[in-house]
Design a protein around this ligand. Sequence first.
Ligand code: ATP
Length: 274
Amino acid sequence: STALLQEKENKSTICFDDVAGLEEAKVEVKEIVDFLKDPTIYTHLGAKIPRGIMLIGPPGTGKTLLVKAVAGQAQVPFFSISGSEFVEMFVGVGASRVRDLFKQAKAKAPCIIFIDEIDAVGRLRSKNAFYTGANDERESTLNQLLTEMDGFSANTGIIVLAATNRADMLDPALLRPGRFDRHIYLELPNLTERKAIFKVHLQSIRAEDSLDVDFLSGQTPGFSGADIANICNEAALIAARNKKEKVEKADFINAVDRVIAGLEKKSKIISEKE
Ligand code: ATP
């Protein structure tokens, strides 16, 4: 039914201050915010803003967060879908969802379309892959996406943002001029950036005043923003369990250990699969 295919229109209250680190990525997307706020400034001058932007980076580095911040800053709605949703669909459903998505977005422009995990549909079409129904569906979804990307003009007021952890796996057709031709890389945070991320997430937590954020940032090399958000919440849960008045350093240290244990378990499962 069409009701099922209706995409959820989202409003975002997230702003650039909620995104810590990622300074270069923020500079890059600021132009998009300006365009969405008032497309006429650009179209009046004949300036063509990129229609498709690919956010590339490891899991948990803030790709989704950045898209929400763009929507929040520009105060435009965003429509989001995840590439992985298409994988289990019947043939033709994925393509019609893509068509519906762009149709709805056109009616609500200026706005953002966000395609998370685009690699799930946009994987390189392998020449010698044996034929499967799932593959067929994926291809028809991808083809529809390419058609839609080619089918709207730069001044429609729609920006399509997509996210992936695996840009090397993507079908080059997606990255061609006029499609996702602008690429923004998000890296794991360095020490200073981890500190900034801790500060954002500590705002919503009642931590002891003397909490040593430098120490915590130093204890978490290789952690993503999502891992750090997770640590802050785990620490608060541990403190609550122990009926503490405030979240203390020891709770954070416990939380770091828990998150590390969780990450190790995850990577063990992945390596066993391979
Ligand atoms: P995935 O590839 O797994 O979808 P992602 O790159 O889209 O991950 P997000 O979903 O944006 O990552 O991040 C998850 C959560 O981690 C965010 O909602 C936020 O709480 C926190 N986070 C990640 N990066 C940052 C950051 N740079 N600043 C502040 N918080 C962050």
